[in-house]
Design a protein around this ligand. Structure first.
Ligand code: SF4
Length: 355
């Protein structure tokens, strides 16, 4: 298409959103924003970006922070491996590059949690290097505008879109060009109801002219969603409660939670209390005072059904395997959003009861 990058750039300069990471060339800030925005909408990611910049104004501050602090600030954003990767990479840049963010696509690409898209984004936004980005927004915009029906999740599709994006790239203004491509998909060529009447490509857009907008882009694989049942034991006395860190390579790794019994289906109370894991966790102590309704919590690839069981014990000193913390101090521990929401509704403190 003739003048593609000029049309795109003119539109972006007039209509692109002003976002804090767009007005900086600081590669540390740009990298931070890119990791935060992976699988996250701009509106949701913005306060996290500001919080991280405020707490860690330099990459050295992030490198020197504790993992618990980072996970706590990340709380609610999901995909916690991103926060762990941020920390590992900050440490690596301080140790191996004297705290100076490297201006090489190849080096950036080797950092944890950084793939083709993120390396191209950082390299072009921060250093003006001639790499084109292809994220979900760009796939959608290009597939509609150029009428490409090759599945975007196939290796052939990935190659085809990467090649087209590279061909279209304005190499002298790679950062602005890439921002504009993504912005077009984010605010005009949206997944549902694209605003074609405001689109500068409407005259040339193949999907629009053939009435095929709803059919593009094409994906082959359907996301498999796993269903899990989580039974949380809130073992407590009047002031304190037992928590533990999630160590396994799974969702929420590194976050804190109450002792958990995972089951294949929604357990009856009688089944739960007779489960050998329940007996092992509670040491056969405590009185089950109440249980919550079933709470549904959706992740992009998992459907979680949780129940919380309040178990009151006289003395928490025998729960040596766990961390015993005051209810008031729970706020200092990074916990999954599912638990944070539940505690908010229940105002954290359990009703005081006589045992
Ligand atoms: S005309 Fe509509 S479908 Fe085509 S690129 Fe523009 S917004 Fe997308």
């Amino acid at each position: 298409m003739k003048d593609f990058s000029k049309i795109l750039s003119d539109w972006y300069l007039k209509s692109g959103r002003e976002l804090p990471w767009r007005s900086t060339k600081n590669p540390y800030f740009i990298w931070l924003s890119e990791i935060i925005l992976q699988q996250t909408r701009v509106e949701q990611g913005l306060p996290y970006y500001e919080r991280f910049i405020e707490h860690f104004p330099e990459i050295q501050d992030l490198a020197n922070a504790s993992q618990d602090k980072i996970l706590q600030l990340w709380q609610g954003l999901g995909y916690y491996s991103r926060a762990r990767n941020l920390h590992a990479t900050a440490k690596q840049i301080v140790a191996e590059y004297d705290g100076v963010f490297p201006n090489s696509y190849e080096i950036i690409h080797k950092f944890k949690g950084v793939g083709d898209y993120t390396s191209a984004a950082i390299a072009s936004f921060a250093f003006g290097l001639p790499y084109s980005v292809v994220d979900g927004n760009v796939y959608r915009f290009l597939s509609r505008c150029f009428g490409i029906a090759t599945p975007i999740d196939s290796s052939q599709g990935k190659k085809e879109f990467a090649k087209l994006a590279e061909k279209l790239l304005d190499k002298r203004n790679s950062g602005r060009h890439n921002q504009a491509m993504m912005e077009m998909g984010a605010i005009i060529c949206k997944p549902m109801n694209p605003i074609c009447m405001d689109c500068p490509f409407v005259v040339n857009c193949i999907a629009y002219n053939l009435g095929e907008i709803d059919q593009l882009p094409v994906k082959t694989k359907k996301l498999k969603v796993r269903t899990r049942y989580l039974n949380y034991l809130i073992i407590h006395n009047d002031t304190s409660v037992v928590i533990t860190a999630r160590k396994k390579k799974d969702i929420w790794q590194g976050l804190f939670e109450f002792p958990l019994i995972e089951s294949e289906y929604d357990l009856e109370v009688a089944e739960l209390v007779s489960d050998e894991r329940f007996v092992a966790i509670t040491n056969g102590k405590g009185i089950l005072k109440s249980s919550s309704e079933q709470i549904k919590h959706l992740l992009s690839h998992q459907k979680l059904f949780a129940r919380f069981y309040w178990i009151k014990v006289k003395n928490l000193s025998s729960f040596k395997k766990y961390k015993v913390v005051r209810f008031d101090d729970l706020v200092h521990f990074g916990m999954p959003q599912l638990i944070v929401k539940y505690l908010k509704v229940h105002r954290v403190k359990p009703v005081k009861t006589d045992q």
